[in-house]
Design a binder for this molecule. Structure first.
Ligand code: C2E
Ligand code: MG
Ligand code: MG
Length: 277
């Protein structure tokens, strides 16, 4: 009986937290409570910063700083991800346009999108409008959209159609958390993709677990065969970086190079230390 009570208390606590997040999340965009950090992506061979990933943060007056792991799932369930996602995209695009104008037009700025956004019938039109409104089309800023592999699997045919239209707009398409999505790899042939991002869980064990080494090697071979680039996520140690370099991985992202930082800090880095290795 004790276990049952404990379990239901835990459920209640979870439901209460979810409810509190949902309440506070309404209007968060309008009240200016969201902001975006940027984490550099580094080319392993040269140490050059070739891009950055936009990562949303929420400073709630009620709940404090809330990480995306806590509020993105709620935003997805409530549909709030649509306006939130569009705000993140517009913010990242405005920033990318500014960087492009400052001489960094080749910097690729990647934005995470949820499958819930992708399903929206007007998604591609909205993306096109955002590119235009933020000046990304005229300065030829390079925008990438990241979607997690597990979410992609839901509807490959629809994703193929949406990605084809996005690519026609000049966008790049990345598969996030690659290797965790389970299932057949057949979908890879059917989608117009640019980059596979190797999930942190494999990178974490590089150097001490031969199995992780084998998985990363296999992903690199697969990507190479399909003509896709690779970014290793969550690189924290020199050992992991050395292993990735030895395996021939093209690019990496992680605390070893930089935590996600505000745009101004990334601007400073672009000027002062374009090489992060
Ligand atoms: P993700 O897209 O896979 O982003 C990578 C996450 O790993 C980020 O967490 C980043 O801060 C963290 N990270 C980077 N380097 C390291 C490292 O060396 N070690 C470790 N342990 N972690 C590292 P963050 O910012 O908390 O975001 C978590 C997830 O939330 C993201 O995973 C993404 O799926 C989602 N997310 C973030 N921003 C957005 C957004 O604007 N829209 C949507 N739909 N999802 C977002
Ligand atoms: Mg991502
Ligand atoms: Mg990831």
């Amino acid at each position: 009986e004790g276990a049952v009570i404990f379990y239901s208390e835990q459920l209640n606590a979870q439901a209460a937290e979810r409810h509190a997040i949902e309440q506070a999340l309404h209007g968060a965009v309008e009240r200016g409570e969201l902001f975006v950090l940027y984490q550099p992506v580094v080319e392993i061979a040269t140490g050059r910063m070739t891009g950055a990933e936009a990562l949303v943060r929420w400073q709630s007056p009620k709940l404090g700083l809330v990480t995306p792991d806590r509020f993105i799932p709620v935003a997805e369930q409530t549909g709030l991800i649509v306006p939130i996602g569009e705000w993140v995209l517009a913010t990242a695009c405005r920033q990318a346009a500014a960087w492009a104008q400052a001489g960094h037009a080749d910097l690729r700025i990647a934005v995470n999108v949820s499958v819930r956004q992708l399903r929206d019938a007007s998604f591609v039109d909205r993306v096109e409008a955002v590119l235009r409104e933020t000046g990304c089309d005229t300065v030829a800023a390079r925008i990438a959209l990241e979607i997690t592999e597990s979410e992609l699997m839901h509807d490959v045919a629809h994703a193929a159609e949406v990605f084809t239209r996005l690519k026609a707009l000049g966008l790049l398409v990345y598969v996030d958390d690659f290797g965790t999505g389970y299932s057949s790899l057949a979908y890879l042939q059917r989608l117009p993709l640019d980059v596979l991002k190797i999930d942190q869980s494999f990178v974490r064990n590089l150097g001490n677990d031969p199995a992780a080494q084998t998985v990363v090697k296999a992903i690199l071979a697969l990507a190479g065969g399909l003509g896709l680039q690779v970014i290793a996520e969550g690189v924290e140690t020199e050992t992991q970086l050395a292993a990735l370099r030895e395996l021939g991985c093209g690019a990496a992202q992680g605390y070893l190079f930089s935590r996600p930082v505000p745009a101004e800090e990334l601007s400073a880095r672009l000027q002062e230390t374009p090489r992060l290795l």
